[in-house]
Design a protein around this ligand. Structure first.
Ligand code: ATP
Ligand code: MG
Length: 239
């Protein structure tokens, strides 16, 4: 299988704190891959590294290589990385509170890097009927679950080659988490390649084929999700 994303020997630093240690990770085309780990292990930092946010302008830095479809993108600016077809849904639902649901979606809309226009407003509304119902409501008036759906939907409007979803289940009721699971599974079945960061093992087990467990900024376990043992989960994730 083609590798869409490959991280090689990533080290990341916030100012003088060393956060990621020789991290290697690979996401194959059409796969969903999960980064699991407790609070503060470096999941979001990994996502930020991919997106070029860990840069000297922010007093941060990274070492190592980030390959997107074989091309080294380490050192590019965030907007250049986004333009190469990565949609990033950061932790904590960054939607525009004073724009309507529909406006939030429309301003994100663009053709994919390969010219694809698959994800139209209509298709998004079919996948997220709740967003259609709330299309004229201001982003800030949506519930937490609706905002998270909007954040994911907005990423899709970019017709991305790869989606990065950082803890999209955080703080949501189980029934909403289940809906997000179904949506992510549906995306994978339509060929979208996805990297998720999660604390929810159940979510990872449901949606991801392969998983990496991080501890203190290093990969301590890597396997197919189906092969994750109860002991490994209990040991590293404490559930
Ligand atoms: N802007 C920052 N400046 C300094 N240290 C930071 C910064 N952001 C994160 N850190 C530290 O880096 C480490 C990794 O943080 P990160 O946000 O990547 O963890 P995480 O796995 O995403 O955790 P969570 O599950 O809580 O979101 C933590 O020790 C955190 O305190
Ligand atoms: Mg995080």
């Amino acid at each position: 299988m083609n590798s869409v994303l490959k991280l090689e020997n990533i080290n990341a630093y916030y100012d003088k704190s060393h956060i990621l240690f020789d991290l290697n990770l690979e996401v194959e085309e059409g796969n969903a891959v999960c980064i699991l780990g407790r609070n503060g292990v470096g999941k979001s930092t990994t996502m930020k590294t991919i997106m070029g946010i860990m840069n000297p302008k922010n007093h941060n830095r990274t070492e190592g290589r980030v390959f997107l479809n074989g091309q080294d993108i380490a050192g590019l600016l965030s907007y250049q990385i986004a333009q190469k077809g990565i949609a990033y849904v950061p932790q904590g639902r960054h939607i525009f509170p004073t724009l309507s649901t529909k406006e939030n979606l429309l301003i994100a809309g663009k053709k994919g890097v390969d010219g694809s226009e698959y994800w139209t407003l209509e298709k998004i509304y079919t996948l997220f009927p709740r967003l259609k119902e709330r299309e004229n409501s201001m982003g800030g008036k949506l519930s937490g679950g609706e905002q998270q759906m909007l954040a994911v939907a907005r990423g899709l409007m970019q017709n991305p080659k790869l989606m990065l979803l950082d803890e999209i289940t955080e703080g949501l009721a189980p029934i909403i988490v289940k809906q997000l699971e179904d949506i992510v599974k549906e995306l994978v079945s339509r060929g979208v390649t996805i990297l998720v960061a999660e604390q929810s093992v159940n979510f990872a087990l449901e949606v991801a084929k392969k998983c990496y467990i991080l501890e203190k900024g290093a990969v301590v376990h890597e396997s197919m999700t189906a092969d994750l043992s109860k002991e490994t989960i209990a040991h590293y994730l404490g559930t």
